[in-house]
Design a protein around this ligand. Sequence first.
Ligand code: PNS
Length: 168
Amino acid sequence: MSDNIAIYPGSFDPITNGHLDLIERGRHLFDHLVVALLTNLEKQPLFSVDERLEMLRLVTKSMPNVSVDTFSGLLVDYAMRRKARALLRGIRAFSDYEYELQMALMNRKLEPRLETVFLMPAESYAYVSSRLVKEVFQHGGSVKDLAPPIVEERLRQKILRKESKAGA
Ligand code: PNS
């Protein structure tokens, strides 16, 4: 039997503790979990692809059945190339459901051999998103319990660089 591979796709700008919680849950359900970073984002990301990849690699390096990769184009095409059977997505609240359902059904229409598996993160991460982590940090709040320490460090470097450029 071939390995049961799942893809956990996203923009991860940046990775949060909610994402990490989902990776931990997902990696116990599948033989191998690929965290796949979308490179052609429509929205302008704060972190470059390389910066996001580095953070993803650092926080998953102790997880033997997790790898990190990038993709562009259709997620289902990438997943089939990787011989995956499932796409993993997190649902935090009702508000996520409509968008996620639409995406899952569209992906099923495009590639019926792939299933989308939804997992719920721990309740303590139900309100955590990349967008809010950036916003809280930019306004001086602590993101200690919301994102891994490396993310806090990279956010600090990014903001300091921006401030020194603005002051120059
Ligand atoms: O972290 P995000 O931004 O919620 O992730 C969204 C993502 C990357 C899963 C989604 O935008 C995606 O799969 N994009 C690839 C293009 C694609 O396949 N679009 C059709 C999906 S319905």
